[in-house]
Write a protein that binds this ligand. Structure first.
Ligand code: C5P
Length: 222
């Protein structure tokens, strides 16, 4: 793992969950720990990259020399990413690791909601897809996505890479990866002039080791 593999490169990484407010004291979120994104950020810096991490709320220390923007909601995460992408300083690769909430509460209550009936209904609306939105930009970075699935892993990941127009996707088993220190993944990427996707298995290994393998694949394709 050469220490200069990513020197001169700027990576923008999203990580952790998002929190979608219901009222001032409640939110909807998920079990993402942020460990994979933070491992990628740490290893990318060690490989010589400049790293901007846009992080949802997690219980992890920001690795040395990583510049980190903290956000709560998906909308804030997209705004922070767009702010970084709009700066002069070019982003070479965008790595969307965050477990972004697909839906947010349609009307966030300004006051704490009091309990009333036996049932209550929360109306949800779709959040923007950060990865797909960035992929539509005119001068887009090399686009890397993650797919955590509980079934039909490779089929879902393959569809995602095409639908979101990604350059590379890492597919992993959601039941094994969340909050775990170790993981395995399958890398899938489109081959020029061919219909089918190239494929490579990574791990099982620690998330740090996996991160180095992922960054090697990315640096070879940048
Ligand atoms: O479609 P799905 O959410 O499973 O796709 C996962 C990939 O898309 C991850 O890389 C995730 O970070 C990204 N994503 C995103 N914005 C969303 C939803 C997912 O960037 N709103």
């Amino acid at each position: 793992f050469p220490t200069n593999m990513l020197s001169g490169r700027h990576l923008l990484i999203t990580g952790g969950p998002t929190r979608e407010a219901i009222d001032p004291v409640r939110y909807i979120s998920n079990h993402s720990s942020g460990k994979m994104a933070y491992a990628l950020a740490e290893e990318a810096v060690l490989a010589g990259a400049r790293v901007t991490l846009v992080s949802g709320p997690v219980n992890l220390a920001v690795p040395d020399r990583v510049s980190c923007l903290f956000v709560d909601s998906a909308q804030q995460m997209l705004a922070a990413c767009e702010q970084v992408l709009d700066q002069q300083d070019m982003v070479d690769a965008f790595i969307g690791v965050a477990a972004v909430a697909d839906y947010r509460v349609a009307q966030v209550s300004e006051q704490k909601i009091k309990k009333q009936d036996e049932e209550m209904v929360l109306r949800l609306v779709r959040n923007p897809d950060i990865l797909a939105t960035v992929a539509e930009r005119q001068e887009r970075p090399f686009m890397v996505g993650f797919a955590a699935e509980t079934e039909n892993l490779l089929a879902h990941a393959g569809n995602k890479v095409r639908r979101k127009k990604l350059d590379l996707i890492f597919a992993n088993d959601a039941s094994a990866t969340f909050n775990s220190d170790a993981a395995a993944a399958v890398a899938l990427w489109p081959m020029t002039g061919e219909d089918k996707l190239a494929q490579q298995s990574l791990g099982p290994a620690t998330k740090s080791f996996l991160a180095r393998q992922m960054l090697t694949l990315i640096s070879e394709r940048l």
